[in-house]
Design a protein around this ligand. Structure first.
Ligand code: HEM
Length: 442
């Protein structure tokens, strides 16, 4: 006999509690989600104004939402509500057939040949940047802004094919204004507000990209922008000019803060765990002194574990929103159509059901002997999964390995023994204090 499905009832909390609830979910998604699950279970329904929200916990929920059977969920409707004003029509804000078409064309920018070109171009730039960080034996550095500037500059050259200088700086400034405006606390677009500045900055970026599309199409340039301008499928379909602009602006955003966040968290963990720093340094030295290639990056298996462990403990995106196109079943509940459905990578990453001592930094859990991440296919989801799984994950992996390898070749990284990084988990994880570190030449 099949059990009757229950429609989850919105949790009964006061208006003041609802306000606190929204603040907590934004500021402390891990603590908030753990508290919610403890108090109410794996399926928690809530009403915020006219919007139905359901919070789903556990790897089975992640599997359902990311596999998205029969297009039960819309990415577009969820992300449009959150960042659609500033980043409309980005790949993540598309659904179904339309999404598949746009993603297939975009793959050209992430194929092996393109990636090898990016790596060759990035290597000397990373070396030059690190040399400017420390021109003496020892230096103190705010890691977060340093990585932020580095990844911005890398994006200007690798993604856009620009020389660094005033032009790149102007574009980077505009880009930062768009990111700041993507989830504004005051959603008012009047002169002086962050949202207004973001909209103006987006207009500037649109003009910048539009002006160059024709030249890039005719060029033989190998930057991501040029590759997208010339991308063509087997039926001869190409992106329109405006589609290229929308994709480029979204791609810069998707790549930038996420990679900065991961590099910063990883450097923190290496500073806190010097024996792991030594292990990774030895691994890098074992590759020789030649510039890193795809083959050498593939040999950095311990670095790989540390990256995975960093993303488990500090996933840049702690929550993933979807929007239900129709009602669906989960855990014995019937969840209605038109509901904002939130799953929590950060919560799943700390669940004792899937991880031994989940709060502990233990990169070997990802070694082939232990493979804790294989206990459930959706227990480790920093890059999401299914049709919308991050298209840039190999690019991110390559960039992170390159930067960390060059850093460890040259420096010892430390923080005071009693230092604990204060983390702001949303919208993209980052340290509240910029992460002050010490670099010493080795
Ligand atoms: C450590 C770094 C990164 C993390 C943790 C990360 C995480 C994610 C996540 C969680 C999603 C999926 C959101 C969803 O399901 O709606 C996503 C999508 C996406 N990411 Fe990344 N990302 C990273 C780096 C990058 C980079 C470097 C690029 C580009 C070069 C990039 C481009 C994209 C794009 C275009 C999408 C949309 C994919 C689609 O909808 O088909 N990401 N990323």
């Amino acid at each position: 006999m099949t059990e009757a499905l229950i429609t989850p009832q919105p949790i009964n909390i006061s208006f003041l509690e609802t306000l606190k609830f929204i603040k907590q979910s934004y500021n402390y998604p891990l603590e908030h989600s753990q508290h919610l699950r403890e108090r109410f279970g794996n399926v928690v329904m809530q009403r915020a104004g006219r919007v139905n929200i359901v919070h789903l916990f556990g790897a089975d929920a992640a599997q359902l939402c990311l596999m998205n059977p029969d297009q039960t969920f819309s990415n577009k409707k969820a992300w449009d509500m959150i960042i659609g004003r500033i980043f409309p029509n980005g790949l993540m804000l598309r659904d179904g057939v339309d999404h598949r078409y746009h993603r297939r064309l975009m793959q050209v920018g992430f194929k092996s040949k393109a990636m090898q070109g990016y790596l060759r171009q990035m290597t000397p730039q990373v070396e030059r940047t690190l040399a400017t960080w420390c021109d003496s034996q020892r230096t103190e550095l705010a890691a977060y802004p340093a990585f932020k500037q580095m990844t911005l500059d890398l994006a200007a050259t690798i993604f856009l094919g620009m020389d660094l200088g005033p032009g790149a700086n102007k574009l980077n400034k505009a880009f930062e204004a768009t990111v700041a405006a993507s989830m504004p606390r005051i959603p008012l677009a009047i002169p002086g507000t962050i949202l207004y500045r973001g909209i103006q900055a987006r207009k500037f970026m649109c003009r910048y990209f539009l002006d160059q599309v024709a030249n890039k199409r005719a060029s033989k340039d190998q930057d991501l922008f040029a590759l997208l301008c010339r991308a063509e499928d087997e039926d001869g379909n190409r992106y329109t000019d405006q589609e290229i602009v929308d994709h480029m602006i979204f791609l810069m955003m998707a790549a930038h803060d996420t990679t900065t966040s991961t590099l910063t968290s990883m450097v923190y963990l290496l500073a806190k765990h010097p024996h792991w720093q030594d292990r990774l340094r030895a691994e890098v030295h074992s590759l020789g002194t030649e510039p890193l290639t795809h083959e050498s990056l593939a040999k950095m298996s311990q670095t790989d574990w540390v990256i995975k462990e960093t993303l488990r403990l500090y996933p840049p995106l702690s929550t993933l929103p979807k929007f239900s196109n129709r009602s669906f079943e989960h855990n014995g509940y019937l969840i209605p159509s038109d509901t904002l459905v939130i799953t929590y990578p950060i919560h799943t990453h700390y669940m004792e059901e899937y991880w031994d001592n989940p709060t502990m930094f233990d990169p070997e859990r990802f070694s082939s002997g232990r493979s804790e991440h294989k206990r459930h296919n959706y227990s480790w989801v920093p890059f999401s999964g299914g049709a919308h799984m991050c298209i840039g994950l190999h690019f991110a992996d390559m960039q992170i390995k390159l930067v960390i390898a060059e850093l460890l070749r040259n420096f010892r990284i430390s923080v005071p023994a009693d230092y604990v990084m204060p983390v702001q988990q949303s919208p993209i994880s980052k340290p509240k204090d910029k992460l002050p570190i010490v670099l010493e030449r080795c």
